[in-house]
Design a protein around this ligand. Sequence first.
Ligand SMILES: Nc1ncnc2c1ncn2[C@@H]1O[C@H](COP(=O)(O)OP(=O)(O)OP(=O)(O)O)[C@@H](O)[C@H]1O
Ligand SMILES: O=c1[nH]c(=O)c2[nH+]cn([C@@H]3O[C@H](COP(=O)(O)O)[C@@H](O)[C@H]3O)c2[nH]1
Ligand SMILES: NC(=O)CC[C@H](N)C(=O)O
Ligand SMILES: [Mg+2]
Length: 520
Amino acid sequence: MTETVHPDTVLIIDFGSQVTQLIARRVRETGIYCEIVPFQSSEEGFHRLKPKAIILSGSPASTLDIGSPRAPQIVFDSGLPVLGICYGQQTICEQLGGTVEAGHHREFGRAFIEIAKECALYDGVWPVGSRHQVWMSHGDRVTAIPDGFEVVATSANAPFACIANEAKKYYAVQFHPEVVHTPDGAKLLANFVQKIAGLKGDWTMAAYREHAVSAIRKQVGDKRVICGLSGGVDSSVAALLIHEAIGDQLTCILVDHGLMRKNEAADVVKMFNEHYDIKLVHVDASDMFINALEGESDPETKRKTIGRLFIDVFEAEAKKIGGADFLAQGTLYPDVIESVSFTGGPSVTIKSHHNVGGLPARMNMQLVEPLRELFKDEVRVLGKELGLPDSFIGRHPFPGPGLAIRCPGGITREKLEILREADAVYLDEIRKAGLYDAIWQAFAVLLPVQTVGVMGDGRTYEFVCALRAVTSVDGMTADFYHYDMEFLGRAATRIINEVRGINRVVYDVTSKPPGTIEWE
Ligand SMILES: Nc1ncnc2c1ncn2[C@@H]1O[C@H](COP(=O)(O)OP(=O)(O)OP(=O)(O)O)[C@@H](O)[C@H]1O
Ligand SMILES: O=c1[nH]c(=O)c2[nH+]cn([C@@H]3O[C@H](COP(=O)(O)O)[C@@H](O)[C@H]3O)c2[nH]1
Ligand SMILES: NC(=O)CC[C@H](N)C(=O)O
Ligand SMILES: [Mg+2]
């Protein structure tokens, strides 16, 4: 992963909790660098990262199960501050001489803890004798604590809600400080990394930019790099960073697959040519994509066809510039974590995200992934640092397969055109209402269903358009956006009046889960 060691790094050992990523986010918010390493490779991670503090995550496992994961001994031999969360607390107790039992009451959700003693972990946050809301999610509980520890907070069902060995700087909590339902949790984590471990918050995007630029130079040398540029935040920021590092050795390739939003390809090319001196090839491959997709209705086939054609175009373009040794991607940290995280069993494929991950084997190119340590919101901050215009930084995500996965049923050129128009009107209404930034992602979907309507005293028999808008932090979970009805009415009227081929509009009120954000 990282090539350079950050001076003040926190190692987060992941035992497979659903919320391990949130620990990383909370630590990063204090300006301190951290990485999540799966417990299986945590010893190797320790040597690679040379951390100054360690956090042990929660887990679906029970320490009472035979073969359940443990922290490597080096954690306790290192003399570093350690914070154990939930399972992390339980394994600390198991490993250092305490005991854990299966609890009589499983405890999920909100709970209240009483502060019994002063503790560096909540210094300046929770006074002795006060009571605070925390979030619990456990079945097992600690029943005896190891020597050298004392109980510093209790809850009705977790007498050892927080325990500490201040001399060794070991802290362990049964609750989850990383989730927002523990309102003061972020302050506790900040106390751990700043006051207890004494780390400096110098993980800034300016520092990251320097670090990334020199890492790219070192990796690429004087070789050529191609970068698929969609105009989305990730690929735009990746392109700017790589260009800063290696200038003309970079060629960006924008593939217009005929599945972009209205005017999108032209806008992206214009913006890049106006602001940057980056080599950008705009490939109109729309016939190739649409011909291959025409009539196709299976979502997975659509996605795979598009993924394959992207490869073909990248290959052909690389050849035209005399070959390229590297392919740049805007892979983000959550993508990396999802592919290494400990899971109880094989996970199912919900949808094959058009992923350029299959590229290197076929194209024989090495990957350049300058954003693989960052979360999306950090990428946006980095984009700002690099001077990317706000209109690009705040853009809603747009999937690589584009309108093809918003047109359920067989794809036709005509349907794509109708959808493109409806989507443009919908987004225009959102912008006019000042809602664009409050919504994480919004788009129109053209349903393969025709319904009867009446317009100008005549009968119509046309398509249904579904509108989607969601709020989310990272796209992993999402809620539908709660518009007021006036807005929906206005958008529907405009779409029906202005877009030929649509005579009915509906709004999607499904969250994720159980739905996904896209319809295919
Ligand atoms: N039309 C396109 N032309 C060239 N490359 C593309 C195109 N669409 C997607 N890609 C490539 O696929 C990658 C993944 O797409 P993805 O949509 O996740 O990222 P993005 O478009 O850069 O950002 P965002 O998530 O904000 O849309 C992009 O970073 C880009 O390299
Ligand atoms: O680059 C991409 N290639 C894809 O194949 C793809 N499929 C979904 N998405 C985007 O991912 C986020 C989550 O989408 P879902 O809830 O539909 O899985 C949403 O932001 C989707 O727009 C994709 N992005
Ligand atoms: N969230 C957790 O870490 C849970 C730990 C353990 N599986 C329990 O039920 O107690
Ligand atoms: Mg995109």
